[in-house]
Structure formats: C-alpha cells, structure tokens
Design a protein around this ligand. Structure first.
Ligand code: ZN
Length: 165
C-alpha cells in the first residue's frame, strides 16, 4: 500500500493539463495504480474522488469514496457492489446527461479554491469496474458532480478552467 503525493496546480500544471490514455486491461502496474489511488484518497480528510493524473499517472482511471455518494445511487448499484470503501471507474464515459446544476466545487489539486461550476444534474455513465467488467450507472447529486469533475481530470481540465459564474 502506498499513499502518493497529490499533484497540485500550478506546480504540476504540465501533468494536470494533459489528456490521459485509455486503460488496457492486463497493463502491468495497473493493479498498483488502483491500490495507490484508493490509499491516497482514503488518506485525505474529506476527498470525494481522485483521478490517476492527480498522482501523476496519465491513465483513464478515477476512484470515488462510496460513503460520500451512497445516497445518490440505487441500493443495488453496480458502483457499490465490489468490496471496500472505494469505487473504481476505468475508461469512464458519460453516455447521457440531464438537467443542469451549479455547485461550488473544490479539488484536491487546486487547494484553497472553490469554483461555481455548471454541470449536468444527472448523468448516465459506462465504465469498467476494478475487475475489468463493464457496468452502467445513472446518478445524480454529489455523485454526478464528482464523476464530471473526475472525467474532466482525465481530459486535462481543472475546476479553474470552467468559465467564472
Ligand atoms: Zn479534482
């Protein structure tokens, strides 16, 4: 297990502003990246999510802390099914969006800043879980907002890159 350093803007802008590559199942080192993302997120005080580029790995993976998003998901959610406190999303894609909401967001890579960002209120996503199994999930609330911020990270977009509101 290892808790990695969370890269910060602007020092690590060159990495945080890069686009991440799709995960290839069977990549050596993939399991380690997933474990490090989990350990690093759990070591934060109140982080909801963490994306691989935030620990310097340009792969399309992010993790969310289940306890923070449980109420935004159906009870039998595919996201909650695997064991452990952290949900893993690989090669995530938003396949439907509905409505809009403005929420004051923070980011572990942009300390001491909050940004009011307009996002879709509910999203349906497709991703691979930790074992490489594809799943679909519809979510709203904080889960939807977090997923959108994490996918932004995979595209090299930070909360400060959104238009000021
Ligand atoms: Zn973030």
């Amino acid at each position: 297990m290892s808790v990695r350093q969370i890269l910060k803007y602007p020092e690590a802008a060159h990495i945080l502003k890069s686009r991440s590559e799709p995960v290839r199942l069977g990549d050596p080192g993939l399991g380690q990246v997933i474990e490090d993302l989990k350990d690093t997120l759990l070591a934060t005080e109140n982080g909801v999510g963490l994306a691989a580029p935030q620990i310097g790995v340009l792969k399309r993976i992010f993790v969310l802390r289940k306890e923070m998003i449980r109420k935004d998901l159906p009870k039998d959610s595919a996201v909650l099914k695997p064991k452990g406190e952290i949900a893993v999303f690989m090669n995530p894609k938003i396949i439907a969006r509905k409505g809009s909401i403005v929420f004051g967001e923070g980011c572990l890579s942009v300390p001491d800043r909050a940004a009011d960002i307009e996002r879709a209120k509910t999203v349906k996503i497709r991703a691979l879980d930790e074992t490489g199994m594809p799943f679909y999930e519809k979510m709203g609330g904080l889960a939807a907002i977090a997923v959108q911020q994490e996918i932004d990270h995979l595209d090299g977009i930070l909360i400060i890159d959104h238009p000021a509101r």
